[in-house]
Design a protein around this ligand. Structure first.
Ligand code: HAM
Length: 429
């Protein structure tokens, strides 16, 4: 029979990688809670219109990367390519996005984009992100950027570069768009077919084309900084002042536009040094106007998302310890029941415990415990059962301890003894 395989670009996350995901998620959640964000869980699928309206009709994501399908009643649905649109939609729907109120939400989960898979780029990937809705001041931007950097630090990623730009707003961006379009038209012959189309519909997108010719051409294109209106100029200057005061290093990147249309003013990305082509571990920015565009009140907002796969790849081998503390080994056949009871009570006492199959020789059982990396093995043979004592073998120090065993309820007692022995081992006693 033919072996069924997973879908290209969709990956299983197996141990020990899954432990790395869990450990990073726990650390990031801790940081997000410290900044007083609360978790929101939105559905994987939304109406297609939500993404078309918020990310922009002419973005790569909406034009060619969405997983879109018709539901049985004909409604067009899309697997979420990112989290911001869904969170803003949910906040409006739940009445959380309201004037005089600030919503601080974080989310974590799979996103779907039909990009060409390569190292660090998948069709299903995971993001952890935040949305701060209801603030339009520069301090909010600085806080959100500080949070990105603190999250990366908590995940063990230190060698990163923060790049920053202001994209202007509805007042000043039209003039910049016009300048960019004029530049593109003057050099249309050097643009790829895609960019020639984008030129009239959304010239800002010329700046994130990946084609070599377009990239080269755009290095000489006009920069948005020269077109900013006074309030936008003051806003980014204040963000920079706050970042500097907080000792957060950044590089100004005048051509950073990000791949989504909802951004205004502050936009940023964090690049890791060791990731190759797909080196953005995270990105975000301000999206004043998005809440109103989705039918809510006129509120500002800013947020970011980190790509968990890239983050974990960049952070390296910082693995959580998944080895069992104890391996319970029934040696005699009638040791199965007491071993089962003992393992269960150890587990209920919070000890990571593995229960071996019965009927093995001592040697092969010990080899198994060794392979699992267990710190202790509890041997339950005929002799132990008769004497009401168990042998607790410290696998790391090659020492045996005899422990009294009142079968049935000894889990916590044994768990305490194991902890004490482990602690004594660490102290070198
Ligand atoms: P984004 O830059 O499209 O922003 O994605 C954020 C991060 O998700 C990227 O920096 C990258 O680490 C990861 N990522 C994106 N696509 C892939 C992929 N195909 N494979 C693996 N990782 C990927 C957003 O999604 C915005 N919603 C962020 C935001 C929140 N802006 C404001 N609030």
């Amino acid at each position: 029979m033919e072996t069924l395989r997973g879908v290209r670009g969709f990956h299983d996350i197996l141990p020990p990688q899954s432990a790395r995901f869990a450990a990073v998620e726990t650390r990031l959640r801790g940081m997000l809670e410290a900044y007083n964000y609360a978790e929101i869980r939105t559905p994987i699928a939304e109406r297609t219109e939500l993404f078309a309206r918020s990310l922009g009709e002419t973005t790569d994501i909406v034009e060619k990367e969405m997983y879109t399908f018709d539901d049985r009643d004909g409604t067009s649905l899309t697997l979420r390519p990112e989290g911001t649109a869904s969170v803003v939609r949910a906040a409006i729907e739940a009445g959380i996005a309201q004037p005089e109120r600030v919503a601080k939400l974080y989310y974590l989960g799979p996103m779907f984009r039909r990009e060409r898979p390569q190292r660090g780029r998948y069709r299903q990937f995971h993001q952890i992100g935040v949305e701060l809705i209801g603030r339009d001041d520069a301090l909010a931007d600085a806080e959100v950027i500080a949070l990105v950097m603190d999250c990366l630090d908590a995940a063990g990623l230190r060698d990163v570069e923060l790049v920053l730009n202001s994209l202007g707003d509805h007042t000043c961006r039209p003039a910049y768009r016009a300048a960019l379009a004029a530049y593109g038209r003057a050099h249309a012959g050097a643009l790829c077919a895609n960019c020639r189309q984008r030129l009239e519909r959304n010239p800002l997108r010329l700046l994130d084309c990946k084609e070599e010719g377009c990239r080269e051409l755009m290095t000489h294109a006009p920069v948005v900084g020269e077109y900013l209106c006074e309030p936008c100029r003051a806003h980014i200057a204040e963000v920079e002042r706050l970042l500097t005061a907080a000792d957060i290093a950044y590089t100004k990147e005048p051509r950073l536009v990000r791949g989504l249309d909802y951004y205004v003013r502050t936009a940023f990305e964090v690049l890791a040094q060791n990731l190759g082509a797909q080196n953005a571990v995270g990105g975000g920015g301000r999206y004043d106007g998005l809440v109103a565009a989705l039918g809510g009140p006129a509120l500002g907002g800013i947020g970011f998302a980190l790509g968990l796969e890239r983050l974990i790849m960049a952070a390296g081998e910082d693995v959580a310890d998944r080895r069992p503390e104890v391996c319970v080994i029934p040696l005699a056949d009638d040791a199965s029941v007491p071993a089962f009871q003992l393992a269960r009570s150890l587990r209920l006492a919070g000890t990571r415990c593995e229960l071996e199959t019965s009927g093995r020789s001592v040697r092969s059982a010990m080899r198994r415990a060794d392979k699992l990396g267990a710190h202790f093995a509890v041997l339950l043979g005929e002799e132990e059962l008769r004497a009401g004592r168990a042998t607790l073998r410290d696998m790391w120090r090659q020492a045996d301890h005899r422990l009294a065993l009142a079968l049935g309820g000894t889990g916590p007692v044994l768990a305490d003894a194991i902890r004490e022995l482990a602690a004594a081992g660490e102290r070198g006693v």
